[in-house]
Design a protein. Sequence first.
Length: 268
Amino acid sequence: MIKTSGLSKTFRGGVRAVRGVDLSVDSGEIVGFLGPNGAGKTTTMRMLTTLLRPTAGTATVAGRDLLTDPQGVRRHIGYVSQDGGIGPLNPVGEELELHAMLYGMRPAQARERVAQTLERLELAGLADRAGGALSGGQRRRFDLAFGLVHRPALLFLDEPTTGLDPQSRANLWDHIRRLRDEDGLTVLLSTHYLDEADALADRLVIIDHGAVVAEGTPAEIKGGAGTLDDAFLAITGRSLREDGGTGEPGAAGNGTAAAGTAGKRGAA
């Protein structure tokens, strides 16, 4: 589902944010993409979702070439960014229907697809609410709905549970597992919650200083270290990363692309 070779990104000033990443994700996998702040996670995900053009390397995403067919990539993936993008004033159901129509759905089809998606994510009955009236867990599930309404084969989740309470986090985990188990959805998940990665991921990839430094199942990564936290610190060190260091403006930001056009929600 994802195959990269030598994927790299250098920003102005010669800052090498990503240094030759080789990454492979199979269909139906949930892969946890881990690393300290500034390790290159978000930059890599932004390249794979066509929001940044690589400086070097090649990649195939959802069966499409990242460099020669970026619109084809967008049509077959979903992207939920770190901060989401639900507006505080407009009814979220209307925004979601508009988003569905950006993928070529007619209004009646968009309404039906939105209703199906909201039902599945336990959001039925909330479509008329403004984004500002939703709880944190509800907003995050609506963010997930924006990434899923066009039924992508591959979903990118960039720190999807940051700031959520334990119940909301567990609920979101359940939805992600169900989508993988019932629909065969492939997920690349970036998170700083190592318990989340341990619970959800079939396989882990750890990136540091712009390069992959370890990969394997959670059990393989933990080895004799005991916990995933201990293994992660043993692999990446204990030094604080005060500066993200990518050189990318807004490296932790939430830019997305939908249906080939820059927007607020997902990558189509």
